[in-house]
Design a protein around this ligand. Structure first.
Ligand code: NAP
Length: 247
Protein backbone atom coordinates (compact mmCIF):
# COMPACT_ATOMS: atom_id res chain seq x y z
CA UNK A 1 0.00 0.00 0.00
CA UNK A 2 1.00 3.70 -0.23
CA UNK A 3 2.87 5.02 2.79
CA UNK A 4 0.54 5.09 5.79
CA UNK A 5 1.55 6.29 9.27
CA UNK A 6 -0.20 5.18 12.45
CA UNK A 7 0.16 6.63 15.95
CA UNK A 8 -0.67 4.27 18.82
CA UNK A 9 -0.78 5.62 22.39
CA UNK A 10 0.12 3.44 25.36
CA UNK A 11 1.89 1.01 23.05
CA UNK A 12 4.73 -0.36 25.17
CA UNK A 13 2.64 -3.26 26.51
CA UNK A 14 -0.72 -5.01 26.45
CA UNK A 15 -3.35 -4.09 23.90
CA UNK A 16 -1.41 -1.07 22.57
CA UNK A 17 1.63 -3.22 21.85
CA UNK A 18 -0.50 -5.77 19.94
CA UNK A 19 -2.14 -2.94 17.98
CA UNK A 20 1.22 -1.39 17.04
CA UNK A 21 2.57 -4.75 15.89
CA UNK A 22 -0.69 -5.61 14.08
CA UNK A 23 -0.59 -2.33 12.16
CA UNK A 24 3.10 -2.83 11.27
CA UNK A 25 2.26 -6.33 10.02
CA UNK A 26 -0.45 -4.74 7.83
CA UNK A 27 2.17 -2.37 6.34
CA UNK A 28 1.74 0.81 8.40
CA UNK A 29 4.70 2.84 9.65
CA UNK A 30 4.18 3.16 13.38
CA UNK A 31 4.77 5.85 16.01
CA UNK A 32 4.93 3.87 19.25
CA UNK A 33 3.94 6.06 22.19
CA UNK A 34 4.85 5.51 25.84
CA UNK A 35 4.57 7.66 28.98
CA UNK A 36 8.15 8.74 29.75
CA UNK A 37 11.88 8.00 29.40
CA UNK A 38 11.63 5.11 31.89
CA UNK A 39 9.23 3.35 29.52
CA UNK A 40 11.42 3.82 26.44
CA UNK A 41 13.40 0.53 26.66
CA UNK A 42 10.14 -1.49 26.60
CA UNK A 43 8.67 0.70 23.86
CA UNK A 44 11.87 0.32 21.87
CA UNK A 45 11.31 -3.46 21.82
CA UNK A 46 7.90 -2.82 20.26
CA UNK A 47 9.59 -0.52 17.72
CA UNK A 48 11.98 -3.37 16.83
CA UNK A 49 9.06 -5.83 16.53
CA UNK A 50 7.38 -3.40 14.11
CA UNK A 51 10.56 -2.88 12.07
CA UNK A 52 10.84 -6.67 11.71
CA UNK A 53 7.93 -6.38 9.25
CA UNK A 54 10.05 -4.08 7.08
CA UNK A 55 8.27 -0.84 8.04
CA UNK A 56 9.64 2.29 9.69
CA UNK A 57 8.83 2.77 13.38
CA UNK A 58 9.98 4.98 16.24
CA UNK A 59 9.22 5.71 19.86
CA UNK A 60 7.77 8.94 21.35
CA UNK A 61 6.97 9.98 24.92
CA UNK A 62 4.22 12.10 26.50
CA UNK A 63 1.78 12.09 29.36
CA UNK A 64 -1.33 11.90 27.19
CA UNK A 65 -3.32 13.61 29.93
CA UNK A 66 -1.18 16.71 29.39
CA UNK A 67 -2.20 19.00 26.52
CA UNK A 68 1.23 20.60 25.93
CA UNK A 69 3.07 17.27 26.01
CA UNK A 70 0.68 15.86 23.38
CA UNK A 71 1.18 18.94 21.19
CA UNK A 72 4.97 18.58 21.38
CA UNK A 73 4.82 14.84 20.69
CA UNK A 74 2.52 15.10 17.66
CA UNK A 75 4.80 17.82 16.22
CA UNK A 76 7.77 15.44 16.62
CA UNK A 77 5.84 12.60 14.96
CA UNK A 78 4.81 14.84 12.05
CA UNK A 79 8.37 15.99 11.53
CA UNK A 80 9.74 12.40 11.77
CA UNK A 81 7.16 10.68 9.49
CA UNK A 82 5.71 13.60 7.48
CA UNK A 83 2.07 12.55 7.91
CA UNK A 84 -0.44 10.91 10.27
CA UNK A 85 -3.09 8.67 8.71
CA UNK A 86 -4.29 6.63 11.68
CA UNK A 87 -4.59 7.60 15.36
CA UNK A 88 -5.32 4.92 17.94
CA UNK A 89 -6.16 6.39 21.35
CA UNK A 90 -5.39 3.34 23.46
CA UNK A 91 -3.61 4.64 26.60
CA UNK A 92 -5.68 4.23 29.73
CA UNK A 93 -5.60 3.46 33.44
CA UNK A 94 -7.87 2.10 36.16
CA UNK A 95 -8.11 3.44 39.72
CA UNK A 96 -10.96 1.24 40.93
CA UNK A 97 -12.89 1.80 44.14
CA UNK A 98 -16.38 1.97 45.56
CA UNK A 99 -18.10 5.35 45.22
CA UNK A 100 -18.28 5.88 48.97
CA UNK A 101 -14.50 5.53 49.22
CA UNK A 102 -13.26 6.98 45.93
CA UNK A 103 -10.98 10.00 46.30
CA UNK A 104 -11.21 13.07 44.09
CA UNK A 105 -7.69 12.30 42.90
CA UNK A 106 -8.69 8.76 41.84
CA UNK A 107 -11.57 10.23 39.84
CA UNK A 108 -9.58 13.04 38.22
CA UNK A 109 -6.57 10.89 37.26
CA UNK A 110 -8.74 8.41 35.37
CA UNK A 111 -10.65 11.15 33.56
CA UNK A 112 -7.38 12.85 32.53
CA UNK A 113 -5.57 9.74 31.32
CA UNK A 114 -8.54 8.06 29.64
CA UNK A 115 -10.84 10.85 28.45
CA UNK A 116 -9.01 14.17 28.23
CA UNK A 117 -6.17 12.32 26.50
CA UNK A 118 -8.52 11.55 23.60
CA UNK A 119 -9.25 15.28 23.18
CA UNK A 120 -5.55 16.16 23.62
CA UNK A 121 -4.50 13.79 20.85
CA UNK A 122 -7.40 14.48 18.47
CA UNK A 123 -6.87 18.24 18.88
CA UNK A 124 -3.34 17.86 17.47
CA UNK A 125 -3.89 15.12 14.89
CA UNK A 126 -7.21 16.23 13.35
CA UNK A 127 -5.76 19.40 11.71
CA UNK A 128 -3.09 17.20 10.08
CA UNK A 129 -5.72 14.75 8.81
CA UNK A 130 -7.90 17.66 7.59
CA UNK A 131 -5.02 18.96 5.48
CA UNK A 132 -4.47 15.42 4.14
CA UNK A 133 -8.24 15.11 3.48
CA UNK A 134 -8.12 11.60 4.89
CA UNK A 135 -7.76 9.85 8.22
CA UNK A 136 -8.99 7.16 10.57
CA UNK A 137 -9.23 7.53 14.33
CA UNK A 138 -9.93 4.59 16.61
CA UNK A 139 -10.66 5.18 20.28
CA UNK A 140 -10.36 2.31 22.73
CA UNK A 141 -13.35 2.41 25.06
CA UNK A 142 -14.60 -0.54 27.16
CA UNK A 143 -17.68 -2.64 27.87
CA UNK A 144 -17.61 -0.72 31.20
CA UNK A 145 -18.47 2.41 29.18
CA UNK A 146 -21.40 0.61 27.54
CA UNK A 147 -22.89 -1.28 30.49
CA UNK A 148 -21.22 0.13 33.64
CA UNK A 149 -19.33 -1.84 36.26
CA UNK A 150 -19.40 -1.71 40.07
CA UNK A 151 -16.21 -0.19 41.51
CA UNK A 152 -15.48 1.57 38.22
CA UNK A 153 -17.54 4.78 38.36
CA UNK A 154 -14.56 6.86 37.20
CA UNK A 155 -13.43 4.37 34.55
CA UNK A 156 -16.99 3.84 33.20
CA UNK A 157 -17.49 7.63 33.05
CA UNK A 158 -14.28 8.08 31.05
CA UNK A 159 -15.08 5.24 28.67
CA UNK A 160 -18.72 6.31 28.12
CA UNK A 161 -17.45 9.82 27.36
CA UNK A 162 -15.12 8.39 24.72
CA UNK A 163 -18.15 6.89 22.96
CA UNK A 164 -19.84 10.32 22.87
CA UNK A 165 -16.63 11.91 21.62
CA UNK A 166 -16.33 9.25 18.91
CA UNK A 167 -19.86 9.88 17.62
CA UNK A 168 -19.52 13.68 17.75
CA UNK A 169 -16.16 13.62 15.98
CA UNK A 170 -17.50 11.21 13.34
CA UNK A 171 -20.36 13.61 12.54
CA UNK A 172 -18.06 16.65 12.50
CA UNK A 173 -15.27 15.12 10.42
CA UNK A 174 -17.07 12.80 7.99
CA UNK A 175 -17.19 15.52 5.34
CA UNK A 176 -13.41 15.74 5.55
CA UNK A 177 -13.08 12.01 4.85
CA UNK A 178 -11.94 11.35 8.42
CA UNK A 179 -13.57 8.31 10.00
CA UNK A 180 -13.86 7.99 13.78
CA UNK A 181 -14.77 4.69 15.45
CA UNK A 182 -14.40 3.04 18.84
CA UNK A 183 -13.52 -0.48 19.92
CA UNK A 184 -14.98 -1.71 23.21
CA UNK A 185 -12.89 -4.58 24.58
CA UNK A 186 -14.36 -6.98 27.12
CA UNK A 187 -12.03 -8.83 29.48
CA UNK A 188 -8.58 -8.96 27.88
CA UNK A 189 -5.51 -10.62 29.38
CA UNK A 190 -3.08 -7.76 30.15
CA UNK A 191 -1.36 -6.15 33.17
CA UNK A 192 -4.54 -4.08 33.68
CA UNK A 193 -6.68 -7.16 34.34
CA UNK A 194 -3.89 -9.17 35.99
CA UNK A 195 -4.20 -7.06 39.16
CA UNK A 196 -7.92 -7.91 39.62
CA UNK A 197 -8.91 -10.31 42.44
CA UNK A 198 -9.09 -13.99 41.32
CA UNK A 199 -12.78 -14.24 42.31
CA UNK A 200 -13.73 -11.28 40.13
CA UNK A 201 -11.76 -12.73 37.20
CA UNK A 202 -13.58 -16.08 37.55
CA UNK A 203 -16.98 -14.37 37.68
CA UNK A 204 -16.25 -12.33 34.56
CA UNK A 205 -14.88 -15.30 32.62
CA UNK A 206 -18.09 -17.19 33.47
CA UNK A 207 -20.10 -14.41 31.80
CA UNK A 208 -18.25 -14.65 28.47
CA UNK A 209 -20.26 -16.53 25.81
CA UNK A 210 -17.14 -17.79 24.03
CA UNK A 211 -15.86 -19.14 27.38
CA UNK A 212 -12.39 -17.60 27.29
CA UNK A 213 -10.76 -14.30 28.12
CA UNK A 214 -9.68 -12.18 25.17
CA UNK A 215 -6.11 -11.72 24.01
CA UNK A 216 -4.59 -8.34 23.00
CA UNK A 217 -4.44 -9.62 19.40
CA UNK A 218 -8.25 -10.00 19.38
CA UNK A 219 -8.47 -6.21 19.84
CA UNK A 220 -5.62 -5.49 17.43
CA UNK A 221 -7.42 -7.39 14.65
CA UNK A 222 -10.51 -5.20 15.07
CA UNK A 223 -8.40 -2.02 15.10
CA UNK A 224 -6.50 -2.98 11.94
CA UNK A 225 -9.85 -3.63 10.21
CA UNK A 226 -11.30 -0.26 11.27
CA UNK A 227 -8.09 1.58 10.32
CA UNK A 228 -8.00 0.34 6.77
CA UNK A 229 -9.85 0.49 3.45
CA UNK A 230 -12.14 -2.46 4.24
CA UNK A 231 -13.85 -0.18 6.77
CA UNK A 232 -14.03 2.76 4.34
CA UNK A 233 -17.82 3.17 4.83
CA UNK A 234 -17.84 2.70 8.62
CA UNK A 235 -17.78 5.71 10.96
CA UNK A 236 -19.24 6.68 14.34
CA UNK A 237 -19.51 3.05 15.41
CA UNK A 238 -18.61 1.15 18.56
CA UNK A 239 -17.34 -2.34 17.81
CA UNK A 240 -17.63 -4.54 20.90
CA UNK A 241 -14.90 -7.19 21.02
CA UNK A 242 -15.78 -9.10 24.14
CA UNK A 243 -16.45 -12.74 23.25
CA UNK A 244 -20.12 -11.96 23.89
CA UNK A 245 -19.73 -10.79 27.50
CA UNK A 246 -22.94 -10.12 29.42
CA UNK A 247 -22.52 -7.57 32.22
P1 NAP B 1 -2.11 -1.68 30.20
O1 NAP B 1 -1.39 -2.96 29.98
O2 NAP B 1 -2.14 -1.12 31.60
O3 NAP B 1 -1.55 -0.59 29.18
C1 NAP B 1 -1.99 0.73 29.18
C2 NAP B 1 -0.87 1.62 28.72
O4 NAP B 1 -1.34 2.99 28.69
C3 NAP B 1 0.33 1.59 29.66
O5 NAP B 1 1.51 1.40 28.91
C4 NAP B 1 0.30 2.96 30.33
O6 NAP B 1 1.56 3.47 30.66
C5 NAP B 1 -0.32 3.81 29.24
N1 NAP B 1 -0.88 5.04 29.82
C6 NAP B 1 -1.91 5.14 30.67
N2 NAP B 1 -2.12 6.41 31.00
C7 NAP B 1 -1.16 7.15 30.36
C8 NAP B 1 -0.83 8.52 30.32
N3 NAP B 1 -1.54 9.43 30.99
N4 NAP B 1 0.20 8.91 29.55
C9 NAP B 1 0.92 8.01 28.86
N5 NAP B 1 0.68 6.69 28.85
C10 NAP B 1 -0.36 6.26 29.61
O7 NAP B 1 -3.64 -1.80 29.77
P2 NAP B 1 -4.35 -2.58 28.57
O8 NAP B 1 -5.16 -3.65 29.18
O9 NAP B 1 -3.41 -2.89 27.48
O10 NAP B 1 -5.39 -1.45 28.11
C11 NAP B 1 -5.25 -0.70 26.91
C12 NAP B 1 -6.56 0.06 26.70
O11 NAP B 1 -7.63 -0.87 26.58
C13 NAP B 1 -6.94 1.00 27.85
O12 NAP B 1 -7.53 2.17 27.35
C14 NAP B 1 -7.96 0.19 28.62
O13 NAP B 1 -8.84 1.01 29.36
C15 NAP B 1 -8.66 -0.54 27.48
N6 NAP B 1 -9.37 -1.73 27.91
C16 NAP B 1 -8.70 -2.79 28.43
C17 NAP B 1 -9.42 -3.92 28.82
C18 NAP B 1 -8.75 -5.16 29.38
O14 NAP B 1 -9.48 -6.08 29.75
N7 NAP B 1 -7.43 -5.22 29.48
C19 NAP B 1 -10.81 -3.95 28.67
C20 NAP B 1 -11.45 -2.83 28.15
C21 NAP B 1 -10.72 -1.74 27.75
P3 NAP B 1 2.18 3.17 32.13
O15 NAP B 1 2.46 1.69 32.15
O16 NAP B 1 3.38 4.03 32.17
O17 NAP B 1 1.10 3.57 33.09
Amino acid sequence: MDKRVAVVTGAKQGIGKAIAIGLAKAGYEVAVHCRNQQSVPEAQQVVEACRAFGVDADCFTADVGNFEECAAMVAQIKSRFGQVDVLVNNAGITQDGLIARMSEEQYDQVIESNQKSVFNMMRQVVPIMMRQREGSIINITSVAGLYGNPGQLNYSASKAAIIGMTKSAAKELGGRNIRVNAVAPGFIQTDMTEKMPEKAKEAITGAISLGRVGMPEDIANAVVFLAGPQAAYITGQVLEVSGGITM
